[in-house]
Design a protein around this ligand. Structure first.
Ligand code: FNR
Length: 368
C-alpha cells in the first residue's frame, strides 16, 4: 500500500514513503542525527519561529526565482547538498541526483564519500550543468591535493571544505543497525580499513584529519582557483575569520544535526551573522549559505530574507530518490518550484532581490 508518486504533495511526504520502503540499515544511516537528535529536530522547527510580514498590492504576475551562486546562474536559490552513500537508497546512487539537478537547473554538491566515483558523477552531468565538490580532508595532504586538482580539471566550480566533522558524531540509530553492505561501495579515497561495528558513518570516515585548522586554509587557496567555501561554520567569530582569510563563502550548518547535538540551527546562526557582516560593510565580501531542515519553499524564502545567498537541501532528495528514483527527485524539485512561486507571490516579492529583512518577523529566534 505504498502511495503513488502523485500522492506526494510536499517534501515531507517522501520521507514517510522512504521509511516504509527502504532497507533498515539505509534508513538508519540517512535519517539519524547525533545523540538525542535535538539539533536535527530544531533545524526544521527553527523556521517556525519566523513569521512573514507580507506586502500587498505588489505586481507579482511574473515571478522570477532564479539567482546566482558562486557566479553560476541557477533556477532556484537552493542546491542539492552533499550526502554520502547514495547507493544505500538507490542502486544507481548519486547520478540520479545529477540527472534531477540537470533537469531543474540546480547545482549538485558531490560528496567525498559518494557511492559512485567522482568521475561517474561528473560524467553523468550534461553541459552546462554545474557541480561542486564537498571535501573531507585526508591526513595525507597529497591525496587531498590530487582530489582537489582533479575536480578543478574536470570542471567543478566550487570547493566546499567540511569543517564540522573532525570526528563523526554518534548516530545511535545508525550504530544499532547492523551494517554490512556499505563499505565496499565507497570510493577508495578513504583508503583505510573499515570497522563495521560502529555503524556506516564511522566505518567510512577514519581517514578524516582532526588536526585540520585555520592554518591550512591559505594552502587550499593556493592549490586551486575554485571558490572555497567552509561548510559547517557555526558562529559569527568564525565567519569573520573566514572573511579575513579570503575564502569565498561559508555554509552555516550543523551537518543536518549529525555532529554536535544541541548546536544551533543554520537559520539561527544566520540571524547572528548577517547583522554583524552588514554593520562592518562585509556582506558582499562573502556568500553566506545555510542548510539543515529546509523542507518548504517558505523556509528558503525566510533564509533569503535574512541574507542567505542560497540554501542546501539534503535528506528530502535522498528520500525521494530512495522511494521513486529519478521520478521522485524530479517531483520533489517541481513541488519546490511551485511552492517557491506561490510563496514569493503571497509574500509580495517578484524577484529574489526583493527578498529582504523587512518581509519577516524573526524576533522569535534566539539570536535576533
Ligand atoms: C550528510 N551530510 C554530509 N555533509 C558533508 O559535508 N559530507 C558528507 O559526507 C555528508 N553526508 C551526509 C549523509 C547523510 C545521509 C545526511 C543526511 C547528511 C550533511 C549534509 O551535507 C547537510 O549538511 C544536511 O543534510 C542538511 O540537512 P537536511 O537538509 O538533511 O535536513
Amino acid at each position: 500500500n505504498m502511495p503513488i508518486l502523485e500522492q506526494c504533495y510536499n517534501l515531507m511526504d517522501f520521507e514517510a514513503v522512504a521509511k516504509q520502503v527502504m532497507k533498515k540499515t539505509a534508513w538508519a544511516y540517512y535519517s539519524s542525527g547525533a545523540d538525542d537528535e535535538i539539533t536535527m529536530r530544531e533545524n526544521h522547527s527553527a523556521f517556525h519561529k519566523i513569521w512573514f510580514r507580507p506586502r500587498i498590492l505588489v505586481d507579482v504576475e511574473n515571478i522570477d526565482t532564479s539567482t546566482t551562486m558562486l557566479g553560476t546562474k541557477v533556477s532556484m536559490p537552493y542546491y542539492v547538498t552533499a550526502t554520502a552513500l547514495g547507493k544505500l537508497g538507490h542502486p544507481e546512487g548519486e547520478v540520479i541526483l545529477t540527472r534531477g539537478a540537470h533537469k531543474h537547473n540546480i547545482i549538485q554538491m558531490i560528496p567525498t564519500l559518494a557511492s559512485c566515483s567522482f568521475d561517474e558523477i561528473m560524467d553523468a552531468a550534461q553541459a552546462p550543468q554545474v557541480q561542486w565538490l564537498q571535501l573531507y580532508v585526508n591526513k595525507d595532504r597529497a591525496v587531498t591535493q590530487r582530489i582537489v586538482q582533479h575536480a578543478e580539471a574536470r570542471g567543478c566550480k566550487g570547493l566546499f571544505i567540511t569543517v564540522d566533522a573532525p570526528q563523526l558524531g554518534r548516530r545511535e540509530k545508525d550504530m544499532r543497525s547492523k551494517f554490512d553492505d556499505v563499505g565496499s561501495n565507497v570510493q577508495s579515497s578513504s583508503g583505510d580499513s573499515v570497522d563495521r561495528s560502529q555503524g556506516a558513518a564511522r566505518a567510512i570516515s577514519s581517514f578524516i584529519d582532526p588536526s585540520l585548522s585555520w592554518k591550512d586554509i591559505p594552502w587550499f587557496l593556493s592549490i586551486t582557483k575554485m571558490p572555497i567555501v567552509l561548510k559547517g561554520v557555526q558562529c559569527v567569530e568564525d565567519v569573520l575569520r573566514a572573511v579575513d582569510l579570503g575564502v569565498h563563502g561559508v555554509v552555516l550548518s550543523n551537518h543536518g544535526g549529525r555532529q554536535l547535538d544541541t548546536a544551533p540551527s543554520g537559520i539561527e546562526i544566520l540571524a547572528e551573522v548577517m547583522p554583524v557582516l552588514r554593520s562592518r560593510g562585509l556582506e558582499h565580501k562573502i556568500e553566506v549559505y545555510i542548510d539543515g531542515g529546509v523542507r518548504r519553499a517558505t523556509d528558503i524564502i525566510k533564509a533569503l530574507c535574512l541574507g542567505a545567498k542560497g540554501v542546501g537541501i539534503g535528506r528530502p532528495f535522498l528520500y525521494a530518490m530512495s522511494a521513486y528514483g529519478l521520478a521522485g527527485v524530479d517531483r520533489a524539485m517541481s513541488l519546490l518550484r511551485d511552492e517557491m512561486e506561490m510563496g514569493m507571490r503571497l509574500v509580495g516579492a517578484a524577484r529574489i532581490e526583493d527578498l529582504n529583512p523587512s518581509l519577516v518577523d524573526a524576533r522569535g529566534l534566539a539570536n535576533h
